[in-house]
Design a protein around this ligand. Structure first.
Ligand SMILES: Nc1nc2c(ncn2[C@@H]2O[C@H](COP(=O)(O)OP(=O)(O)OP(=O)(O)O)[C@@H](O)[C@H]2O)c(=O)[nH]1
Length: 221
């Protein structure tokens, strides 16, 4: 990728950020970044969350980075999420690195039908520790949970890995919509809580996720 393309994308990101910050009337603009191997379903997850639809058909890899905005109403307060859909392909990694520092939350995805995308989570976490803010909100998502026949990564393995690294975990499906709203809402709740100067009530992301997952009959705490 040329320097001019990278510069162009950075300018678009800044303009988009200013526009989003000024518009919409919410109080908590927050950057949520989707990361993970190419093909794990980052774009589809975002489209499902933003438009309530599934992008079926041929797979077109993201080039560099893409942006979508969505305002959520969290307990009567507007939380403006600016969601950055990054390219999973190795050749765009320098673009992704440039955005980590400004991300408030990271959704790290693997594909339950692709073992190498799961094995690469460790490498993604190393990269996150190197480039992202220390206190970034982080959640691990095992996507494509609908694909029961092609599944090669058990839910328990995802749970074990998440526990090892101390991050909340859930399985999602951009195809069926499973837990998509929940994943973004959980992150928005955490970001809203953090932005309050004097939070009267403690919000614990782990506990919230575990409680919500129990309600679906999925996943042990
Ligand atoms: N069965 C199933 N297929 C999915 C799901 N999410 C995405 N896919 C399919 O997986 C392929 C890749 O999806 P994308 O969302 O483009 O993947 P990506 O992570 O954005 O890929 P890059 O842009 O290359 O990083 C597409 O063919 C999707 O239709 C899902 O939840 N279930």
């Amino acid at each position: 990728m040329s320097n001019s393309s990278l510069l162009f994308m950075l300018i678009i990101s800044v303009i988009s950020g200013i526009y989003f910050f000024l518009g919409g009337g919410g109080s908590y603009p927050s950057h949520v970044m989707l990361v993970g191997d190419s093909g794990v379903g980052k774009t589809c997850l975002l489209v499902r969350f933003k438009d309530g639809a599934f992008l079926a058909g041929s797979f077109i890899s993201t080039v560099g980075i893409d942006f979508r905005n969505k305002v959520l109403n969290i307990d009567g307060v507007k939380v403006k999420l600016q969601i950055w859909d990054t390219a999973g392909q190795e050749r765009f990694r320098s673009v992704t690195h440039a955005y980590y520092r400004d991300a408030h939350a990271l959704l790290l995805l693997y594909d339950v039908t692709n073992k190498s995308s799961f094995d690469n989570i460790q490498a993604w976490l190393t990269e996150i520790h190197e480039y992202a803010q220390q206190d970034v909100v982080l959640m691990l998502l095992g996507n494509k949970a609908d694909a029961t026949h092609d599944r090669v990564v058990k839910r328990e393995d995802g749970e074990r890995l998440a526990k090892e690294f101390g991050v909340p975990f859930m399985e999602t499906s951009a195809r069926s919509g499973l837990n998509v709203e929940l994943a973004f809402t959980a992150v928005a709740k955490e970001l809203k809580h953090r932005s309050m100067k004097d939070p009267s009530e403690k919000f614990k992301l782990h506990e919230y996720v575990n409680k919500e997952m129990k309600g679906t009959g999925c996943c042990r705490s």
